[in-house]
Design a protein. Sequence first.
Length: 245
Amino acid sequence: MVSGKYSALSGAIAREQAMGNIAANLANVSTTGFKKNRISFESVLNDAKQITDAGGINYSRIRKIGTDFGQGGIQETGSELDLAIAGDGFFKIRKGNDTFYTRSGHFTLDENGMVKTEYGFNLLAGGNQPVQLPDAAGKIISIDDNGNIAINGEISDSQIQIYSVNDDKLLKQVGNSLFQLEQGGTDQGVDDFRIVQGSLETSNVNMMEEMALMINTQRKFEADLKIMENYSKLGDKQNELGSIS
């Protein structure tokens, strides 16, 4: 009976963690370039141990939390330095010695003509060089599908580059729609990509889907709590019978 109680407890803990993940997704439903996380579960015991050691009762836990890099919607803004990626890949940005990857393409021009994110990170071109548009302030900036930049119709030396990574499982979320590559990860410039100027990629979180998932997870959590409560009642009755005998 104790094994069954712990099995329900492990299920409740896993569902509580899943609820936290869903809440985080919903909190970022309006965050530009945000990528939702998905949880997968696993059984603690393998088939043999489940039968021999646990009497057919198993325990559950979260196996991993993985990022869904699926395309978000593309929303037109009209701003010259708002850029969306249609397809795979990331903008590569840097601040100091720290390099990040993002799908959030809201950029601005500083007083030195450097193209930066709202948090002060430099947008990198090919060769990991920062994108700089000197004397572009107040002029018309045009960016085509391939990242070529023109200032008042004149082609600039800088070009926007989109990067891919060798294994997106090595991308770690660090907040503000930013990712860092963990050890063993490498990147390379993408040859075939499409940039949409004057637009931003929205979050890939579907509110209705997350709400349905939240309701389902909440019901399973409540069912686990009910099972634990019933086991406690059975334990109390067992103790009463033991006292009478």
